[in-house]
Design a protein around this ligand. Structure first.
Ligand code: G3P
Ligand code: CA
Length: 325
């Protein structure tokens, strides 16, 4: 019998607390999530911290710190110009003076109550939390770190990969059965990692665009070109799982109505890959037309298709559906 799918708390229980804070991760664990998902960027002094992007003004109060006003700048990040404040221009001590805030206050006004309360956590602090919760709950709780902007940071001489392996190894995460999945939207850094570690690796696949390292190399393949059986077998040479945009498994038409599922679960399994799917959220803005007001039905549809894991902003509901409640 197939194992139950894992519930991965996307940026923590980010539906209930500002994303990528220890409070969001701890709440997710309390809600029964199997894994918590830190997206990782890096500071000027080489410390891995949890943020979804290196431009930090959308999810922190950096803009209100007058002492940092002259750090505001514009940079070319993965082919797009971005203006704001960037993690690589701050030491960890400076980052620790900031506080997290809700990314989407209009959609999640309840989270504004937590703005300004929480620090930006380091990867080490997240692991410390997980280790403490493992003792407290007597459950296996995994971490699912994502390397953000890996080519960009390597170019700045702030490569993420070695630091990540160093921190994981120092905390006892070793071998293919460790409760860790390392994920990336790029391909080259996963291939590089596969030669350096036995820890499970995950190729992220979006429903549009292409890996940024492909673009730099003049490789014209898009993400969509990676999901036929031949592409999946290629991924299986360096990764143990794919992490896909849910639209690749159950597409939607222009009116956001669901279309019949593709055979991606079957093909991923044929290629020997686990298949994890993102991102599940309760709000109607993110739900297909068929399931407005009924996020439970979306979970059930994907669980019934035989997926191996789900990324959710509301892990309590994912767990509830999985348990048949
Ligand atoms: O990492 C998979 C999932 O988190 C989707 O990507 O953009 O939310 O980091 P993102
Ligand atoms: Ca992510």
């Amino acid at each position: 019998m197939q194992n139950l799918p894992i519930v991965i708390a996307h940026r923590g229980a980010s539906g209930y607390r500002p994303e990528h804070t220890l409070a969001a991760y701890e709440l997710a664990i309390n809600m029964g999530a199997d894994f918590i998902e830190p997206d990782l960027v890096i500071t000027k002094d080489g410390v891995l911290i949890a943020r979804h992007e290196n431009e930090i003004s959308e999810t922190t109060n950096v803009a209100s710190h007058l002492e940092f006003s002259n750090r505001r700048t514009t940079k070319l990040i993965d082919g797009e110009f971005k203006s704001g404040w960037f993690s690589e221009d701050f030491t960890l001590a400076e980052i620790k003076r900031l506080r997290a805030k809700e990314r989407i206050p209009k959609i999640r006004p309840h989270n504004i109550n937590y703005d300004g309360l929480y620090e930006i956590p380091t990867l080490q602090e997240i692991i410390d939390l997980v280790q403490r919760k493992i003792v407290e709950t007597k459950r296996t709780i995994g971490i699912y770190p994502e390397t953000k902007h890996p080519t960009y940071f390597r170019y700045l001489d702030l490569a993420l990969e070695e630091k990540l392996l160093e921190v994981l190894s120092a905390n006892g995460y070793k071998g293919k059965n460790a409760p860790v999945f390392i994920q990336s939207f790029e391909v080259g850094n996963l291939e590089y990692l596969s030669a350096k570690t036995d820890l499970p690796l995950v190729q992220l696949i979006n429903d549009k665009g292409q890996p940024y390292d492909f673009l730099l190399q003049g490789d014209e393949r898009k993400y969509i070109d990676l999901v036929d059986l031949a592409g999946l077998k290629q991924i299986a040479n360096y990764a143990q799982a794919i992490g896909i945009n849910k639209n690749l498994l159950v597409p939607q038409d222009a009116s956001r109505k669901l279309l019949p599922p593709t055979n991606l679960v079957e093909n991923a399994h044929l290629a020997g890959l686990l298949i994890h799917v993102w991102t599940f959220r309760n709000e109607d803005n993110f739900l297909p037309l068929n399931f407005q007001g009924n996020p439970q039905a979306e979970y059930q549809l994907f669980f019934d298709l035989g997926i191996d894991g789900i990324f959710s902003d509301y892990p309590d509901l994912a767990v509830k559906v999985l348990q048949g409640n």
